[in-house]
Ligand binder design. Structure first.
Ligand code: ADP
Ligand code: ASP
Ligand code: MG
Length: 404
């Protein structure tokens, strides 16, 4: 029988009523296929669990924290199984470890290292629908781990790869992947098809409709991935390998992140080794750096600017202050109300002039660019947060993304 993996996100399973609706939609497909269902926790229950722990302390023991956060998914999978069994459709619910998901020990952002599908396959032989708790696994010492927020997407794709499923379907609260977040711009258009590469860039640059790691898995193991609405009919967006005939759209989408911060270290020596002296201690403190710009100033001094995620800004400033002697700088300025806006598209490879079109459009709309970075299929700019919506809308119009 064909194996199909379906994942339902938090909003889509936020009540027993919604779970019942999902169950009744599964009846037909469960007859002729082996269905593996991955669920997120109901509604915002993961946020609520987080808030409970925050009432006690800011930095809980990571093992305890994962034990707590993983409990949300156990509620939704057991309820769906109760509903299906009650309807006469045989099903079984599994936690991550029961489903054979092994991870490394990086609590709160664990990586899946191996999947033992023995238990799932044995349930498939009994013709049971298998329902797996997303977002969690077990490490080599039997500690429960979680895969980072949004991690149920990764559970689903990893299981689809391990089971060689025909397709991994991600059901959510929008009916596919759009040219930009439809909650920010109502002219955003649903895309029918996207390449793994484009989706990797979109997710990596802030479109949280799919967790980045899930797209990495899908691309590595060539799992066809489809994003669909959980409760409305439609064919959604298919994400797959690039084919010649897909070459068409110059720009497929606009992604943005609102959680960036900028640090400018002024008056560093303009000589070899300086970047390493600054970024070395930052890296040692496990702070991820995104964009980097060095301006040559005067008198052999330069300004070194980089961006970090906003929640690591304070820590980064502490590291810089602590290493003042070895970094040898004059002053530090930081700014947290900045955002990154990116245009993404495989068509960019074969067309020149996209960058200048983007910059002209922003200039016309009086949006000042603070930093720029490019790769083969994306151009990103850092701008002031107040200009985010203006920039997204202007670029969407400039590249005619509302038209097919
Ligand atoms: P789930 O709970 O189902 O995992 P998420 O909230 O993680 O759902 O992802 C769906 C949300 O992603 C949508 O509600 C939408 O606001 C947001 N989103 C951001 N960028 C895009 C995009 N380009 N296309 C579609 N949705 C997007
Ligand atoms: N429940 C987890 C979260 O809210 C995982 C997920 O939904 O994918 O992040
Ligand atoms: Mg999600």
């Amino acid at each position: 029988m064909t194996i199909i993996v379906k994942k339902f996100g938090g909003t889509s399973v936020s009540s027993v009523q919604k779970l019942k609706k999902i169950a009744s939609n599964l009846v037909e497909e469960a007859r002729n296929n082996n269905l593996l269902i991955v669920l997120s926790a109901m509604g915002n229950s993961t946020d609520k669990l987080e808030a409970l722990s925050e009432k006690i302390c800011k930095a809980p023991n990571p093992r305890d924290y994962d034990m707590l956060l993983s409990s949300g998914e156990q509620v939704s999978v057991s309820l769906l199984s109760i509903i299906l069994n009650n309807m006469g459709i045989d099903s079984v619910s599994f936690t991550g470890w029961q489903a054979g998901i092994q991870t490394d020990s990086s609590h709160m952002s664990a990586r899946i290292t191996k999947i033992n599908v023995k238990n799932i396959q044995s349930e498939f032989r009994k013709k049971n629908v298998v329902i797996v708790a997303g977002f969690q696994g077990i490490d080599s010492k039997n500690n429960i781990t979680t895969l980072g927020r949004g991690g149920s997407d990764t559970t689903a794709v990893a299981l689809a790869a391990a089971l060689k499923a025909k397709e991994c379907q991600i059901y959510t609260d929008v009916d596919g992947v759009y040219t930009t977040d439809p909650r920010v711009f109502d002219k955003a258009r649903k895309l029918d098809i996207l390449t793994y590469e484009e989706m990797l860039e979109m997710s990596g640059l802030g479109s949280k409709v799919l967790q980045l790691r899930s797209v990495e898995f899908a691309s590595k193991y060539s799992v066809p991935l489809r994003v669909l609405h959980a409760h409305n009919a439609g064919t959604g967006t298919l994400i797959k390998k690039e084919e010649n005939k897909m070459e068409g759209a110059l720009i497929s989408g606009i992604a943005f992140t609102k959680d960036e911060a900028e640090i400018m270290i002024k008056g560093v020596k303009d000589q070899p080794g300086v970047a390493g002296k600054i970024l070395g201690p930052i890296g040692d403190a496990k702070i991820e750096v995104d964009m980097i710009v060095q301006n040559v100033g005067s008198d052999g001094l330069a300004d070194f600017t980089f961006t970090v995620s906003r929640n690591t800004l304070k820590k980064a400033l502490q590291v810089i202050e602590k290493n003042r002697k070895s970094m040898m700088y004059q002053s530090v300025i930081s700014k947290s109300n900045i955002v990154k806006v990116s245009i993404v598209g495989v068509g960019m490879r074969s067309h020149a002039g996209i960058a200048s079109k983007m910059f002209k459009c922003l200039a016309k709309n009086k949006v000042n660019i603070r930093m720029i970075s490019t790769s083969e299929i994306k151009i990103s700019v850092v701008i002031d947060q107040k200009n985010l919506e203006i920039a997204v809308k202007a670029l969407h119009n400039e590249f005619k993304l509302d038209k097919k």
